[in-house]
Design a protein around this ligand. Structure first.
Ligand SMILES: [Zn+2]
Length: 97
């Protein structure tokens, strides 16, 4: 079985609240990295790793909110070191009941 990792480019929806929302889903990581500053890498269904092409522009992940690409609910940061914004792992509590 062939599985491809899915990528969800993010846009900043509210810069004061550090709210990010996914735009679309693609399997083309190179194109995402060329055109977007932040994106989610869907490693397993419902689990997302935050990736950034410009790390310095990312806010503290403790203050960031990211919407679930599937249901739009707020993703939960399940990374132990919540002050490292890049490579933080998020899960959706609604999609992973
Ligand atoms: Zn969800």
């Amino acid at each position: 079985m062939i599985t491809s990792i899915r990528y969800h480019p993010l846009i900043e929806r509210d810069s004061n609240a550090h709210e990010y929302a996914p735009l679309f889903v693609t399997t083309d990581e190179a194109a995402v990295r060329r055109n977007h500053s932040f994106y989610l890498e869907e490693v397993v269904n419902g689990y997302f790793r935050l990736c950034a092409t410009k790390t310095l522009t990312l806010p503290d992940s403790g203050t960031m909110t990211v919407a679930c690409p599937v249901c739009s609910n707020r993703l939960e940061n399940i990374t132990a070191g919540k002050h490292t914004p890049t490579q933080a792992l998020y899960r959706c509590r609604v999609c992973n009941k």
